[in-house]
Design a protein around this ligand. Structure first.
Ligand SMILES: NC(=O)c1ccc[n+]([C@@H]2O[C@H](COP(=O)([O-])OP(=O)(O)OC[C@H]3O[C@@H](n4cnc5c(N)ncnc54)[C@H](OP(=O)(O)O)[C@@H]3O)[C@@H](O)[C@H]2O)c1
Length: 261
């Protein structure tokens, strides 16, 4: 539930930065520095971004993240998008949260240009069915799809867009590792996954998540909401993460965690 102006964020960790106040500025220079998106050889560097309630829910009573997010999270969300070459999302999230091609606020565009990035990141939707919102189907550019070979999605989206925007990897399911390599080959080396929980569960299960930016909203929703990761089985062994930084604003905690490889 995004209400009010973007708040000042205060650094809680690491200790050497603790107490630093990150007031809003159009270019978000300090926040962009804290959320620099690394590059790595091979398949590129995958950062996940999610918001959770205190009881671990990925949605509120409305069945979406809209009822659990907040103005502090939106501030970081925009910086994460502005740092990415590509934004990866599962088709159910794209449908449910009415995705459009990605926009970057004007103040954050100079930073992208300085890093040699295109004006806006490319949205990449993972889908078997090809059932995408009209706004994405109608987008002239800036939207790609990762689909299984021979799937309904491949035929539907190729008929609509031509072959250039449809990347077919894997048989029944998209092979996500191969998909990330294919994106890197197209210059999308800094990839932000915005979920949802099903896609993120698969990315974790395949060992593809390099870091997780997770916001805890100070809300408890109960109910039967899905957790931020929907993985069929326990990750065995569990993945260990190291805290890069932790921010606070109005009871909202925003963490950046680096996963051990
Ligand atoms: N709290 C948060 O930060 C956050 C973030 C994102 C989403 N959400 C919420 O999470 C819910 C949606 O998440 P979800 O977990 O149900 O779904 P999801 O991960 O967003 O999308 C699942 C869909 O992605 C496609 N897909 C996933 N893996 C695939 C693979 N390996 N190969 C081919 N296609 C694949 C399929 O699309 P097709 O059905 O088209 O085949 C599948 O139905 C919504 O309620 C949303 O509001 C919360």
């Amino acid at each position: 539930m995004i209400r009010g102006p973007a708040p000042t964020l205060t650094v809680l960790a690491p200790a050497e930065l603790a107490g630093t106040a990150l007031a809003l500025d159009a270019a978000e220079t300090q926040l962009t520095g804290l959320y620099r998106h690394p590059v790595r050889p091979g398949r590129g560097y995958l950062r996940a971004g999610m918001v959770s309630t205190l009881d671990g829910a990925a949605t509120g009573i409305d069945g979406s993240s809209r009822s659990i997010n907040n103005a502090a999270d939106l501030r970081v969300f925009r910086v994460l998008r502005a740092a990415a070459d590509g934004v990866l999302v599962g088709a159910r999230t794209a449908r449910g949260e009415r995705y459009r091609s990605i926009q970057v606020p004007p103040g954050l565009r100079a930073g992208r240009a300085a890093r040699g990035q295109s004006e806006v990141p490319t949205l990449v939707v993972v889908t078997r069915t090809g059932a995408l919102p009209d706004a994405l189907l109608e987008a002239e550019n800036g939207v790609l799809a990762l689909v299984p070979r021979g799937s309904d999605a491949e035929s539907t989206l190729t008929a609509r867009w031509g072959t250039g925007r449809v990347i077919a990897v894997g048989e029944r399911d998209v092979d996500l590792a191969a998909g990330l390599t294919a994106l890197a080959d197209r210059g999308l080396r800094r990839v932000l996954s915005e979920g949802g929980p099903e896609l993120l569960g698969q990315l974790f299960a395949a060992g593809l998540v390099d870091e997780w930016c997770l916001t805890w909203s100070p809300l408890v929703v109960g109910g039967d909401a899905v957790r931020t990761i929907a993985a069929g089985a326990f990750l065995d062994p569990p993945r260990t993460a190291h805290l890069a930084h932790l921010l606070l604003a109005d009871g909202v905690l925003l963490g950046r965690w680096l996963l051990e490889s």
